[in-house]
Design a protein around this ligand. Structure first.
Ligand code: PEP
Ligand code: MN
Length: 337
């Protein structure tokens, strides 16, 4: 339930209402907007008559949150959530540009790519050190050494770092090196992992599952937030359909749908969304035009020899050209890089 207090109800009233709901067994989440306190009471409380709560001092209204995800919903939190990552305020008028290789492969590779994406205008560097590969015989990532290299390369160019965490036991380690913890599509419904990143103080990049509905995706965000971490960045990366000309079908519908349902920022990954280098730029432009808060794009200086996802990786010059186009589209929408 959502308990809205009267404007200017005051701190004593707010903590009293929150305390009473907590005592009744609810998990209580408070947001303050424009001088008005909203208290979300989530879970199974006992012995609370909502008609009575409506008459508590300072209470303006009590309403049901009309969706199964509560903390992720716009009803609970009407204003956009803005998550600061390095030099970027994700979810604000500034677009988040994240770029880098699919996998960290070695020192020379990450340093070259970091220089190129920073020069092009990216503010966050991506790179996997723990890779969820379909085949057990494919390159599985460099592990901690990869994270160390990624961090050094990013620091050398004033970039923040996003990297995937594949299981609960890696969360602390990845959080030591990365600014954002990526939960991959294959792990979107790994609830133990969602709990663990929910206990972290680092923002989480939550990719949409290969066959997940938007509601299931937002329920996964709800898991993370309900464990204490409200810094969730959603990432649309394409879903499985019957179509075979592209690796996945990038669901651009998801952007306006999520924007209406949730206050969380949503970015788009046109690299995995298409799986094809020449399809990345058109879909990246479309994503920004549709209202996405940013892009995460695979870039490699030698994609023909990349150890993973070379066929969908942009050449650095292509990425730089794309960023220029994105800047033009952003200006039309009153946004900026
Ligand atoms: C990746 O970002 O390299 C990746 C494996 O993405 P996804 O989880 O979306 O497949
Ligand atoms: Mn990849």
């Amino acid at each position: 339930m959502l308990v809205l207090l009267k404007k200017g109800a005051g701190e004593t009233v707010a903590s009293d209402v929150a305390g009473r709901l907590r005592m009744a067994g609810f998990s209580v989440h408070r947001t303050d907007h424009d001088g008005q306190v909203r208290i979300g009471a989530v879970g199974d409380g006992a012995g609370v008559e909502w008609d009575e709560v409506r008459r508590w001092p300072g209470v303006e209204s009590v309403a049901r949150i009309p969706v199964p995800f509560k903390l992720a919903s716009r009803a609970f939190h009407p204003h956009d959530t803005v998550i600061t990552v390095g030099r970027c305020a994700i979810g604000s008028d500034q677009l988040a540009l994240m770029a880098g290789p699919c996998s960290v492969e070695g020192e020379e590779q990450v340093f070259r790519i970091a220089a190129a994406v920073a020069e092009a205008g990216a503010t966050v560097m991506r790179g996997g050190a723990y890779k969820p590969r379909t085949s057990p015989y494919s390159f599985q990532g460099l592990g901690e050494e990869g994270l160390r290299l990624l961090r050094r390369a990013a620091d050398a160019h004033d970039l923040a770092v996003v990297s995937e965490v594949m299981d609960t036991q890696q969360v602390e380690l990845v959080a030591r090196y990365a600014d954002v913890l990526q939960v991959g599509a294959r792990n979107m419904q790994n609830y133990s992992l969602l709990r663990e990143v929910g206990h972290s103080t680092k923002p989480v990049l939550l990719k949409r599952g290969l066959a997940a509905t938007i509601e299931e995706w937002l329920m996964s965000a709800e898991h993370v937030i309900s464990h204490g971490n409200a810094q969730v960045i959603l990432c649309e990366r394409g879903i499985r359909t019957f179509e075979t000309y592209t690796r996945n079908t990038l669901d651009l519908n998801a952007i306006p749908v999520v924007k209406e349902l949730s206050h969380l920022p949503v970015i788009v990954d046109p690299s995995h969304g298409t799986g094809l280098r020449d399809k990345v730029a058109p879909m990246a432009r479309a994503a920004i035009a549709a209202g996405a808060d940013g892009l995460i794009i695979e870039v490699h200086h030698d994609p023909d020899h990349a150890l993973s996802d070379g066929v969908q990786s942009l050449w650095p010059e292509q990425y730089a050209g794309l960023v220029q186009q994105i800047a033009t589209i952003a200006a039309v929408l009153g946004r900026r890089l």
